[in-house]
Design a protein around this ligand. Structure first.
Ligand SMILES: C[S@@+](CC[C@H](N)C(=O)[O-])C[C@H]1O[C@@H](n2cnc3c(N)ncnc32)[C@H](O)[C@@H]1O
Length: 251
């Protein structure tokens, strides 16, 4: 990243938030903006040492990391309220989980299967003084029901796996009527059919689909929402790796 000053980056984010009609229902205070930009800077510093993100242009990172994360709740900010429990599967550098935690006031669990990424996110949450609201876990998605002895109100994932696989990962982690939110760049043509069959097997119903264009023509996003309305028809979680090796919902 070039050395654009902290204050300039904050102004840029504030301006984008003010002009973005998609995010207009979210309340983002100056204190939250400070944390969102500080997180981005910490990611950039750490990215010099370990590979956390391929996005190294700070102006693009504001859109592709911060705004893109906030789009998960743009359609309904109340889907994730203060104190509610959020799980971010495959958080990488903390996206979308940390921006969502900062803006919603929720309690979150951020997991990744790569230990050094989890350690980095732990450092970020300590530096941002968010560790009382954020648990960082080195775990695979399939291990969460065993490791966490509670269920989540909301599960999110960005750029981790196909929709049917993520539906399977999320199901045993979600409480009844909990919500799964997935951010997709370009879902493949086969994804909706496999996802709908997997949702049916898992007891989830598609409850929304929201389309957004990112500012500066940085791409299109689809946010898919699923609600856990019933019980899964199979025992979940399956063994580690099965969801990817033998995905649900394929014909
Ligand atoms: C492309 S990165 C996306 C990171 C972040 N969600 C983002 O959008 O910037 C995918 C991440 O998912 C993690 N991952 C993949 N499969 C996983 C699994 N089964 N359980 C937990 N983490 C997983 C990878 O280690 C990686 O950090």
């Amino acid at each position: 990243m070039a050395n654009t000053s902290h204050e300039v980056l904050k102004d840029e984010l504030l301006e984008l938030l003010a002009s973005d009609t998609d995010l207009s229902m979210l309340t983002v205070t100056p204190e939250m903006v400070e944390l969102l930009i500080r997180h981005l800077e910490l990611v950039d510093e750490k990215n010099q040492i370990i590979n956390l993100t391929r996005i190294t242009n700070e102006h693009e990172a504001i859109v592709l990391h911060i705004l893109d994360s906030l789009l998960f709740i743009a359609h309904n900010p109340t889907v994730l309220g203060p104190g509610e429990k959020l799980l971010d599967v495959g958080t990488g550098a903390g996206y979308p989980g940390l921006p969502l935690t900062i803006v919603s006031g929720c309690q979150s669990t951020l997991i990744d299967s790569v230990g050094k990424k989890v350690n980095a996110v732990k450092e970020f949450t300590n530096a941002l003084e968010l560790s009382d609201r954020v648990l960082c876990l080195h775990a695979r998605a399939e291990e969460v029901p065993e490791v966490c002895h509670f269920r989540f109100d909301v599960v999110v994932a960005r750029a981790v796996a196909q929709t049917n696989v993520l539906i399977e990962y999320a199901t045993p982690c979600l409480r009844r009527n909990g919500t799964l939110l997935l951010g997709k760049g370009n879902p493949s043509d086969e994804e909706p059919q496999a996802a709908s069959r997997a949702a049916n097997i898992c007891g989830l119903e598609e409850s929304g689909r929201f389309e957004y264009d990112l500012p500066h023509e940085l791409g299109h996003r689809t946010i898919l929402a699923y609600t856990k309305t019933g019980n899964p028809r199979i025992k979940l979680p399956r063994q580690n790796g099965m969801a990817k090796r033998n995905p649900l919902g394929l014909q």
